[in-house]
Write a protein that binds this ligand. Sequence first.
Ligand SMILES: *Cc1c(COP(=O)(O)O)cnc(C)c1O
Length: 373
Amino acid sequence: MLDELESTFEQYRNDPDFLKELNFYLHDYSGRETPLYYAESLTKHLGGAKIYLKREDLNHLDSHKLNNVLGQILLAKRMGKTRVIAETGAGQHGVATAAAAAKFGMECDVYMGAEDVKRQHLNVFRMEMMGARVHSVTEGTATLKEAVDAAFAAWMSDLDAFYVLGSAVGPHPYPTIVHEFQKIISVESRRQILKKEGLLPDTVIACVGGGSNAIGAFSQYVNDKEVQLIGVEAAGHGINTNKHAATMTKGTVGIIDGMKTISLFEEDGSVSPVYSISAGLDYPGVGPEHAFLKDSGRVTYVAATDDEAVQALLLLSKKEGIIPAIESSHAIAQAIKQAPGMDKKQIIIINLSGRGDKDVATIADYLGEKITE
Ligand SMILES: *Cc1c(COP(=O)(O)O)cnc(C)c1O
């Protein structure tokens, strides 16, 4: 079935009618193009490089996830599929898939770790409102890794269903497909920054869970060697504790979820349990293209802790009136470290992958405030 998916994708990826339909939904349904916003107050506060935010948080359903889901659901439609299966971490991919399935009249089953069901209950209810069935997965750490396993198993028992994969991970052709549908982020940002500044950015920063928003944010700059590309992973309680998801910093090469890539493994070869305050970043692997970009030295991968991410979230909220997703806040944390040491003429683009409404309860909890009974 991966062969069938690959041939369908190759048939349509440059097909004018397919692209016309995809662009219609990206534009009129999701609200693209998203702005490239000059964050002047944050820039002044940090006192260095000019900071621009690529506002993927303004997409329909609050994150970059719908870019990829629309592409995949239109492939499913071309293949005559009537049922879709998806995994979800923070619930953002599940919500985007549930919406697209509702829109195109397809049945939808979403697998989500029980821990994430608890952390992101609002998203569970949103999916159910749109007609999806949400399955809570209790194995292992009950987060994204286990949700992926359960969703793959569900697909194996119904190969007529279409598997809508949410990040730049898994077996070929998924990482290629997800890159293709997320590259719109940098297609737009490159055009936008050239128009606004007449220059390419010095640095592009994106958070990395499986790597879909980052690959989309980096894609069109990879050949511009002068543009520094930085991926930020979740350091959780710190990379020297056992509570983090810093795959690139601490991982080794191995096989996970149908791909050979860098991942976190235990001494006995089993996949390590991972942790982050953000449900979208606590995945022990990373997309294989990121492993390649790390090895080739083209992209630098760093990590930000829970605490750095929460402080970054609060700073952007206070300075710009924009509450970012806790995932995206890891990228902001890196800009906070880096911008003050840069020249005022230099430019940083932060990919703001999502909005933070879903995280408000988590943040309140982290700060020790009680906002619900
Ligand atoms: C899912 C998600 C991520 C992490 O996934 P990637 O595939 O690494 O992009 C990051 N930010 C937000 C807002 C998300 O919803």
